[in-house]
Design a protein around this ligand. Structure first.
Ligand code: HPA
Length: 269
């Protein structure tokens, strides 16, 4: 595995038009944030040696290099989900490659169902913590030399970046929520009883991604900022039928606000 990571990193390093230290993972419905990026190079995942290939509708599947808010960045347009059948090693492979390429800060975004009764559809939730509910741990197996066998997780989401996002949101008059993201395997959305359970154990929102990438990023010492777009509600009395299309529609609607915050954050980190 380590050789493959090195091989991919070397291949990309030889092509990269810049040396970004910040990477962004654009999740469901947020792929359009890529339009905000002044792209200097984009490579389809299928053309990158050892990269898994994205299959889900709405996930373009390419690695982008360019500038956002005048900062060099690298962005994943589309990510690999566990529910697609990838192993955890595959899901987190790009993050390991990012680390090898010199990434120090990772921005992650996703769409999520909100369990917190004060949330509404279209809210932006800054992720303050997470609960790993995946059936397989991304660090299962022999330890990678990038971090300790038993990695600390007392601050998975960087407090300084959260403060910065809060300050920017306030300046711009954008209302943001804060909360705990529960990462689940999917692909089913939750039953009402499951939403209730995730609320009881301390979750504010639930989704099918992000947690594996964040764990691996932290194991590599990469600091992380995460944001969820609340696309549907898992709140008793407000639970309605939900489809992938609706999730994407709701995510698309708030994307400009998220882009606004992210662009400004990149200028200030
Ligand atoms: N549950 C799980 N994943 C999701 C949801 C949800 O309600 N909404 C968007 N992604």
């Amino acid at each position: 595995m380590y050789e493959k990571i090195q091989e991919t990193a070397n291949w990309l390093r030889a092509k990269m038009p810049s040396r970004p230290t910040t990477a962004i993972v654009l999740g469901t419905g947020l792929g359009r944030l890529a339009e905000e990026i002044a792209i200097t190079m984009a490579i389809d995942y299928k053309d990158i040696p050892n990269f898994p290939v994205s299959t889900v509708e709405g996930h373009t599947g390419r690695l982008i290099f360019g500038t956002l808010g005048d900062r060099d960045i690298m962005a994943m347009q589309g990510r690999f989900h566990y529910y697609e059948g990838y192993s955890m090693k595959e899901v987190t492979f790009p993050v390991r490659v990012m680390y090898e390429l010199g990434i120090k800060t990772l921005f992650v975004s996703n769409a999520a169902g909100g369990m917190n009764p004060s949330f509404k559809i279209g809210d932006l939730m800054i992720i303050t913590d997470h609960i790993n509910f995946f059936p397989e741990h991304p660090l299962h197996g022999p330890n990678f030399p990038t971090g300790p066998r038993f990695p600390d997780m007392h601050e998975p989401y960087d407090h300084e970046l959260i403060r910065l996002a809060d300050a920017i949101a306030e300046e711009k008059g954008i209302q943001v929520q804060h909360g705990v993201y529960v990462g689940t395997q999917g692909p089913t959305f939750e039953t009402p009883a499951e939403y209730r359970m995730y609320r009881i154990i301390g979750g504010d929102a639930v989704g099918m991604s992000t947690v594996p990438e964040v764990i691996v990023a932290r194991h590599c010492g990469i600091r992380v900022f995460g944001v969820s777009i609340i696309t549907d509600l898992g709140v008793e009395g407000k639970i309605e039928e939900v489809s992938h299309e609706e999730v994407q529609k709701a995510a698309n609607a708030v994307q400009p606000l998220m882009a606004d915050i992210m662009r400004e954050m990149l200028l200030r980190v």
